[in-house]
Design a protein around this ligand. Sequence first.
Ligand code: HEM
Length: 250
Amino acid sequence: MKTPPKPGDFQRPILPGKGKTDYERYLRTDDLLSLQKPKDKRNHAEEHTFQIVHQSSELLLRGAENELERAIDLLGKNELQPAARLIRRANHYLDLTISAMAILDGLTPYDYHVIRAGLGHGSGLQSPGFLAMLHIGPQLGEAFFGLLKKQKLTLDQLYRKHDKYFALHEIAELLVDFDQRVQTFRFLHLKLAQRIIGGNVIGTGGNPVDILRQRQEHALFKELWDVRNRITEAVAAQTGEDESLGHGRD
Ligand code: HEM
């Protein structure tokens, strides 16, 4: 009979790699936690916070990219529910990226300028994670609209008969969730930049901060926003209401 393991046995690492424990070896915490400047190399005590938020965001966005790549693959095979699960997860990753920015809201402008002096020409416009979102968004859109085409459905029909095409409608709405998150990221990031360095200055990448405001208005899936206008117009035409009155009709 096999001898049962002793409590001490579980303390000994069995995985290969650096680190005292299997936890550290598996997660490579030594490497991960050596990616921030050590205390004596920081331009400012706040630089640690700045680096942690940025690095975490890159990791979270990498997570989102990975799920979206898998989702696109599944959409190509018409596996809608598994794809939905992954797009939902990618959206959770984006939520975390968005909320992480609030940690930096409290950086004071003077403290930040000390950190900023060490950024070179580094700019968020070069963020591999965010660029990946901008790159994968259209691919996700193509996969979704490809499915609509295969089913010979227009977007308007999909929204009108959302019960009948529940799974596909769910994908459409998850795409809107994704787009909304990208726009929310841009909006809150714009506010972050405005409150720390101001809205009328030039960024470290050589661009006026105002380009952030212009980019914030960009939608990845314009058609999915536009269909709402047509629905409101169609409902107004049926009921004889003036749709320009909006929410407070009376
Ligand atoms: C102190 C905080 C921050 C400031 C003052 C700031 C400032 C700026 C500025 C001025 C730009 C315009 C381009 C340029 O650099 O010339 C920019 C772009 C950008 N930054 Fe930041 N940023 C901050 C934090 C962050 C964080 C935490 C992230 C997370 C990844 C981030 C991601 C980006 C992205 C993705 C862009 C391009 C935006 C777009 O495509 O619309 N930034 N940032």
